[in-house]
Design a protein around this ligand. Structure first.
Ligand code: ADP
Length: 257
C-alpha cells in the first residue's frame, strides 16, 4: 500500500510539474506575442511623425534656400537622421515579415526598383553619388517581394554611402547571369578588415574599423536573410582601404512551393 501511495504521489508531482511547464510556455508565448505587437506598433507609430519632421525640414530648407546658408547644413543633417530612422524602421518591419514567412510575390523591374531606392536618397546630397551601370542586354525583371527587396537594396546602398567619403560615388552594376540577376554595390570607402569579412551578415556584427560610425549590425543580417528567403545570396569582397563590393544574386523566378 505504501508503494502504491508513493507511486500516486510521484504521478501527481509529475502532473503538477507538467502543468507548471505548459503554463510557463503559454506565458512565454504570450510575452513574445506582446513584444512583437509592441515592436510593430512602435515601428508604425514612428513613421508618421518622422514624415512630418522631414517635410517641415524640407519646407524650412526651401524658405531659407539662400545657397550656402549655414542653417541648410543643419537641415540636411536633420533629414539625414530621419532617413536613417526610416531605414531602421523598414528593416524592423521586414524582419517581422520574415518571421511571418510568406513572400508577397510580384514581377519587379530591377532598374525601376533601383530608381526608387535612389529617390529614397533624393533631397539628401547622397542621390547624386549613386551611379547605375546596366548591362545593355540584361533581362532584369524578377519575381520577388517588393517591400523585402526594397529593404535589401536600401541597406546596401546606405552602407556604401555611410562608410565612404562624402564626395565618393557608389556604383551599382546590374547584370544577368543565366537564370539569375546580380547587383553589385561598390564603394571606395573604409572597407572591412579581410579577416572579418566572413562575419558580415551575422546578427549584430560591426567591423572593428566602423565603431566611430553609428549603426546596429542589423542591416546586412536582415538583408542576407531576406535575400536567402528569395533563394538568393549576398557575397562580400573587401579589405581595409580597398573599398567594399557587395554582390546580391537573386533568381529570376521563385521555385513553386
Ligand atoms: P550597421 O548598422 O552597423 O551599418 P550593417 O548590418 O548594415 O550594420 O553592416 C554590418 C557591418 O558591416 C557594419 O557595421 C560595417 O562594419 C560593415 N559594413 C557594411 N557595409 C559596409 C561598407 N560598404 N563599407 C565598409 N563597411 C561596411
Amino acid at each position: 500500500q505504501d508503494k502504491n501511495r508513493a507511486l500516486t504521489l510521484e504521478v501527481d508531482q509529475r502532473r503538477a510539474l507538467q502543468e507548471d511547464l505548459s503554463a510557463s510556455f503559454a506565458k512565454e508565448r504570450m510575452l513574445r506575442q506582446e513584444q512583437q505587437y509592441f515592436l510593430h506598433m512602435v515601428s508604425h507609430e514612428f513613421r508618421t511623425p518622422l514624415a512630418v519632421i522631414d517635410r517641415a525640414a524640407e519646407m524650412i530648407g526651401m524658405l531659407l534656400s539662400a545657397p550656402g546658408a549655414p542653417v541648410l547644413t543643419r537641415i540636411a543633417a536633420i533629414r539625414d537622421a530621419v532617413r536613417r530612422l526610416v531605414i531602421l524602421i523598414d528593416t524592423f518591419l521586414s524582419m517581422e515579415r520574415l518571421d511571418e514567412g510568406a513572400l508577397r510575390l510580384e514581377p519587379l523591374d530591377m532598374p525601376a526598383m533601383i530608381d526608387e531606392v535612389r529617390r529614397h536618397f533624393a533631397e539628401h546630397d547622397a542621390m547624386a553619388r549613386i551611379v547605375l551601370h546596366h548591362q545593355p542586354d540584361a533581362v532584369t525583371t524578377i519575381e520577388g517581394d517588393r517591400t523585402m527587396l526594397h529593404t535589401v537594396l536600401v541597406n546596401l546602398v546606405d552602407n556604401a554611402l555611410k562608410y565612404s567619403p562624402a564626395e565618393e560615388p557608389v556604383t551599382l552594376s546590374l547584370s544577368t547571369v543565366g537564370d539569375r540577376v546580380t547587383l553589385r554595390v561598390e564603394d571606395n570607402g573604409i572597407g572591412i578588415p579581410r579577416r572579418e569579412v566572413a562575419s558580415v551578415g551575422t546578427r549584430f556584427f560591426r567591423a572593428s574599423n566602423a565603431r566611430a560610425i553609428s549603426g546596429t549590425g542589423l542591416g546586412l543580417y536582415t538583408a542576407r536573410r531576406l535575400a536567402e528567403t528569395h533563394g538568393g545570396q549576398l557575397s562580400v569582397d573587401s579589405d581595409i582601404g580597398q573599398g567594399t563590393r557587395i554582390t546580391l544574386s537573386l533568381p529570376k523566378q521563385q521555385k513553386a512551393v
